[in-house]
Design a protein around this ligand. Structure first.
Ligand code: AMP
Length: 114
């Protein structure tokens, strides 16, 4: 059996996280290495490796994650706007193989990303 990802260990409460939102489907917590004044990760509790591994059966879950991103942004007072990003695979810069949305805000963000 493959090793648990760091995010699965957070879901299973084996390691701590600074959680800002939780429901039956997902968890949102502060990134340990923030790239903006606010940097939160939204992850499904279900183990899905990446955007590329989503199927039609995950449609409601995928939409739910986006809605939660917006709700958390509001909760954290990101009134000036924010960015929601999902890195996918090696070229996308994904380092943890458990689907996650990055919610970044609290400063003006450059575009395009590197
Ligand atoms: P990605 O590079 O898109 O896969 O994003 C993974 C993110 O997880 C990075 O921004 C890391 O800083 C973050 N990260 C890794 N370990 C932890 C942890 N234990 N708690 C919170 N965030 C983490």
């Amino acid at each position: 059996m493959s090793e648990k990802t760091i995010f699965k260990r957070i879901i299973d409460q084996e390691i701590p996280a600074n959680i800002v939102y939780e429901d039956e489907l997902c968890l949102a917590f502060h990134d340990i290495s923030p790239q903006a004044p606010t940097h939160v990760l939204i992850i499904p509790k279900q183990e899905i490796e990446s955007v590329a591994h989503l199927t039609a059966a995950d449609q409601n879950l995928a939409g739910h994650l986006l809605l939660v991103a917006g709700r958390v942004a509001e909760q954290l007072g990101l009134t000036g706007g924010y960015r929601v990003v999902a890195n996918c695979g090696p070229d996308g810069g994904q380092s943890v193989d458990h689907l996650h949305l990055h919610l970044l805000g609290g400063r003006s963000l450059a575009w395009p990303p590197g």
